[in-house]
Design a protein around this ligand. Sequence first.
Ligand code: ATP
Ligand code: ZN
Length: 283
Amino acid sequence: MKTLKIAIQKSGRLNEKSVELLKNCGLNFENYKSSLISPVSNFPLEILFLRDDDIPEYVQDGIADLGIVGENVIEETEVKVSYLQRLGFGKCSLKIAVPNNNSIESVAQLHGKSIATTYPVILGKYLKAQGITSDIRTISGSVEISPGLGLSDAICDLVSTGGTLKSNGLKPFADVMSSEAVLIGSKGSESNDLVQELIQRIQSVLRAKETKYVVLNVERKNLKAVIALLPGVKSPSVVPLAEGDWVAVHTVIPERDFWDRISQLKQAGAQGIVVMPIEKIIL
Ligand code: ATP
Ligand code: ZN
């Protein structure tokens, strides 16, 4: 079968998480910072390390079959690719912000004003949809300093925690888009068996990340109440303990309601609660 190629960011915010995800999928490769291509020794796959801006076009043109890139970059480059899987990292939003002392606080007030951004396509569509005409100034970086330099009235830039905006005296007031890293494929790549295999592996890693493996001890008389609190993959395993009246319950809990559940479980009589990370969940 033909060797697949997957393009990931060479260095920057998505690089580490992309490499980690692929390694967690059991793929064995060298992460040489200096090389452009790294072969995977135990799967017919090559990893291409590229600038994130180039990834959508490589995938659209079929030079790479797959890519990991932010949704923001896909939207901005307007490529035709298939969205295969959201990956849950690289979360950020594209926001419009103005200096703290500026009176602009609604999108309508941007009419006739200048906005600096590295995302002219996305911003242009957003403003057009609202019938607003602004002077979009496309710059290639350090957008946040442009109002201070007198280059623009407002900016439109990616924000995750908002710390960079704050330290530059800017306040955000409009969300243009939210974004996360996604797995994309060339048109038709979904029907390739190796692509399907890789998607399955990625999903099993993501599923495992969202859940914790929990083992706890409980007296038999409290077992029903404790089990009622546990969703489990199917149903929890109950293992007898040497001490006759006690059992150990093994189950899987979604990370997001983890702390709520733990305190409820304790109240219901659970003791010695052990929480462990899960590597993969294959359904
Ligand atoms: P490259 O050298 O590959 O062109 P870059 O400087 O364009 O890198 P990074 O800053 O590494 O890109 O960001 C890569 C992606 O990370 C963004 O396109 C976005 O999807 C995501 N991201 C997550 N949080 C942020 C943030 N706070 N600022 C910018 N990008 C973010
Ligand atoms: Zn880039």
